[in-house]
Design a protein around this ligand. Structure first.
Ligand code: HEC
Ligand code: HEC
Length: 223
């Protein structure tokens, strides 16, 4: 199936879901509605991220085991256009903050699939950067925030371990290009800043293209 079709079908499902708000949504920190999350995942997200958060295409990140607060925040940012991605802008457009929280909780509970690096020599270079950074350029060790195993640290440092190298590399570039880590005005004209994205953008700005590729390769096999 081509991507445009998939997108059209998925957007149709999101709209259909919101057209029938069968679930009463309470304000405040109610428990995440996992039944609703399951429904949205089955009808929309599973096509690209897998029902269990294990994606089969490198362009679509794995979500299994990711931190729920981080995921909910990303969905909010996609919806606002603060994190720039046309596909996920469409996918998040109809999601309420409660939906985003429930979806975060749903995927956080799933088991990540361990990966393996394809290019061992490149991954070895990446390992040095991941663990030690680069003292010459002032690049900090990735492990200092994302933990030595790549499990990350809730709530602000996302899990990286086992992620597709292509996706990780694209994100590192995205931080440099300003697809993440910027700021935008919301509907009421208030400036919203991607505070955590800015932290990572500062890190990514210190990386060479080769360092990005090497560390992305290492992360794909990290567990
Ligand atoms: C048509 C394919 C497609 C569908 C359907 C889709 N996504 Fe995505 N998703 C993507 C792509 C591509 C990215 C990478 C975006 C980028 O590069 O910033 C992504 C990124 C994400 C991220 C960011 C992950 C991270 O580690 O930062 C989250 C969270 C996410 N999607 C959740 C969802 C949820 C929840 C749904 C269902 C409502 C969904 N996606 C439906 C393709 C899709
Ligand atoms: C000072 C702490 C810090 C250091 C050091 C750091 N990061 Fe991050 N990283 C973050 C934060 C915070 C985020 C979340 C950004 C957001 O919310 O958009 C992040 C996000 C990311 C993401 C996006 C994950 C996703 O699922 O989309 C990648 C990839 C990443 N970091 C890779 C790295 C690599 C590689 C290194 C080492 C070269 C590194 N980080 C070092 C703080 C850090």
């Amino acid at each position: 199936m081509n991507r445009g079709w998939l997108l059209a079908i998925a957007v149709g499902h999101v709209l259909a879901l919101t057209a029938h708000p069968g679930v009463a949504q309470n304000a405040g920190p109610a428990k995440p509605d996992l039944a609703r999350a399951q429904q949205i995942v089955t009808q929309v997200c599973a096509a690209c991220h897998g029902a269990e958060g294990v994606s089969v295409a490198a362009a679509n990140p794995h979500l299994a085991g990711q931190h729920p607060e981080y995921m909910a925040l990303q969905l909010e940012h996609f919806k606002l256009g603060l994190r720039k991605n046309p596909v996920m802008a469409a996918m998040s457009a109809a999601l309420s903050p409660e939906d985003a929280r429930a979806l975060g909780a749903y995927f956080a509970d799933k088991k990540p699939k361990p990966g393996a690096a394809k290019d061992k020599a490149l991954a070895e270079i990446g390992q040095k950067i991941y663990r030690g950074g680069n003292s010459r350029t002032g690049l900090p060790a990735c492990a200092s925030c994302h933990s030595p195993t790549g499990a990350g640290m809730p709530a602000q440092y996302p899990r990286l371990a086992g992620q597709y190298a292509d996706y990780t590399y694209a994100q590192l570039q995205g931080f440099v290009k300003g697809d993440r880590g910027g700021e935008i005005k919301n509907a009421s004209g208030k400036l919203v800043e991607d505070v955590q994205g800015k932290v990572m953008a500062t890190v990514a700005a210190k990386m060479s293209d080769r360092e990005m590729k090497a560390v992305a390769e290492y992360i794909s096999g990290l567990r």
